[in-house]
Design a protein around this ligand. Sequence first.
Ligand code: ADP
Ligand code: MG
Length: 568
Amino acid sequence: MASKTLFQTTMRTARSQRFSLLVLSFLANILLLASSIYMLQVFDRVLASGSLDTLIWLSVIAIFAIITYGFLEFARRKILNRTGAWVASELSPAVIKRTISARLEHGRSPAGLGDVKDVRNFLAGDAILAFLDAPWTPVFITVIWLMHPFLGMIAVAGAIMLFAIGVLHDILTRHRASTAAMQMREVNNDAQAYVENAETLAGMGMVEAVLANWKRSRAQAEADGSQAEETSSVLYNLSRSLRLALQIAILGTGAALVLRAELTAGGMIAASIILARALSPVERAISAWKAFGSYRLASGRLERLFRMTADDQPQVSLPKPEGKLEVTDLRYFSPETKAPIIRSVSMKLAPGTLCGVLGPSGSGKSSLCRLLVGAWRPNFGEVRLDGASLSDWNSTERGKFIGYLPQQTELFHGTIAQNIARMGEVDDAAVLAAARKAGAHGMILALEHGYETEVGNFADQLSGGQKQRIGLARALYKDPSLVVLDEPNSNLDGTGELALQQALVKMRKAGQTVVVVSHVPTLLRHMDKIAVIQDGTVAAFGNRDDIMRDMMAKGRHVTAKSASQAAE
Ligand code: ADP
Ligand code: MG
C-alpha cells in the first residue's frame, strides 16, 4: 500500500511548481512597493527640490517596475492555469475509469469528475494567489508601522475587522448556501430526468403534475439561495465601506502627523497605498480558505477512489481462448445491502456449446451474465475461460474474446460502424461480417446514412429492436470465444428473431460458446444445454431435452395443483 497512486504522483508534479511560484510572488510583491516608493520620492524629494530630471528618472524607473510587475503577475497566473489544466487532463480519464471500476466492485464511487473540477479550480484559482500573497500582509503592515506607529495601529485594526467580517460572512451563509446549491442541483437533475422521459410524461398526461411538484422544490431552493445572497451582499458592502473608511482614517491620521511634523507628505500617501496592498489578501482569505477546504475534501475523495481501485495489471497477452467455460461456486452479494444475489453457481460448458438460461424475473439471470463476462467481480468463486480466471486478465485484453449483449442495449455516441467495432478502430470487413451474422446488415443499409448513421446521446431515432440488433452485431464483432446474450429477443420482430436463430447456428458451427437468457421456445430449440436459475442458484442444469422434459412434468404437476386449489 506504500506505492504512490496516480493521483499522488500527479499532485506531486503539480506541487513542483511551488518554487517558481514563490519566487515570482516574492518579486511581484517587492515591485508592488514601487508605486508607494515613487509617491514618497515625488512628494518628498521632487516637490521639495523642484528637480524635473529627478522626476523623469523616477517616473521611468516606476513605469519599468510596474510593467515588470505586470509580466510577473501574468507568469504567475499562467503557471497556475497550466498546472490546473494539466492536472485535470491527467486525472479526468483516470477518474472515469476508476469510477467505472468502483461502481462495479463497490456499487458506487467515492469520487467523480466534480472532484477533479474542485481540485483544478483551487490549483488554477485566486485562492493560491491569496495564500502566496498572505505572508506579505505582515511585511506591509510592518512597513506602515515603521513609518509611524499610529498608522500601523490603524492597519492592524483594519486587518482584524476585515477578517472578522469575512468570518462572520462564512458563518452566516455557509450552511444556507451549500444546502441551496445542493437543492438546486437536485432540482436540475429532476428537470433533466423529465426531458429524458418525455414520452412517459406526455403519454400519460403527467407533465402538469410533475411540474407542479418541481416548482415547489425549486422555489424552496431559490428562497434559501437568495437569503444567503442577501446576507452576502450586506456584508460585502460593509467590508467595502470599511475599506474606504480605513483609507480616510489613514490619510486623515497621516495629515495630522504631517501637521505635527512627525511624517512627510510622501509618507502619508505611501502609507495609504501600502495599506490597500496589505489588506487585499485579508479580504480574500475566507474565500481562499473555503476553496482550500473543498480542495482538501475533493482530493481526499479522489485519493480514496485511487486507493480502492487497483491499477491495471501489466498486460499479459494471452492467445485467443477456445471457449471452454468453467464456473465454480460463484457468489455475488449486493454491494450495498450485502444480500446474496448469486449463491453458489457452478457449471461447465465445452467450446461450441449453446446454453439457454431460464428462470423467473429477479432470479439472477442478468446478474449471472454480468459475472460471466467479468463486468462484475465475484465475491467468491470464479469464472474461467480456457482455464484462466477472468479476474486475472486485463479487462481490455479479456473483452476482445467476449461478446456481451446486455438486457438494456445502450449505444454510445458515434456511428453505427464505430458502435459495432466497440468504439475502437473500425475494421470495415469485421464490422460487415458481424452485422451480417447478426442479421442487421439489411436493416442498417436501409437507414439514410447506413453504417455512418450517428447514434447515441439521445440523438438517434432507432427503435428498440434496431438497437438490439446493432448490439448483437457489437457482441459478435471479431468472433469472440464466449458470447453472452441477455434476453436478446426481447425487442425483436419475426425477422429479427429468425436472424438471431441463424446467428446461433453459425456460432455453434464456429465453435463459439454461447449463453443465452431467453424463454422463447423457438430459441430454446437450438440449445444444447439449459440452466434453470432460481433465487440466485442453479435449480437445474443439463441437456436440453432432459431439462425440458422435467419442466413439462413439473409444469403439469403445478397446473394440476393450482387447478385442484382453484376447485377447493
Ligand atoms: P433477472 O435478470 O433474472 O430478472 P437480475 O439478475 O436482474 O434478475 O436481478 C436479480 C436480483 O439482483 C434482483 O433481486 C435485483 O434486485 C438484484 N440486483 C440486480 N442488479 C443489482 C445491483 N446492481 N445492485 C444490487 N442488486 C441488484
Ligand atoms: Mg434480467
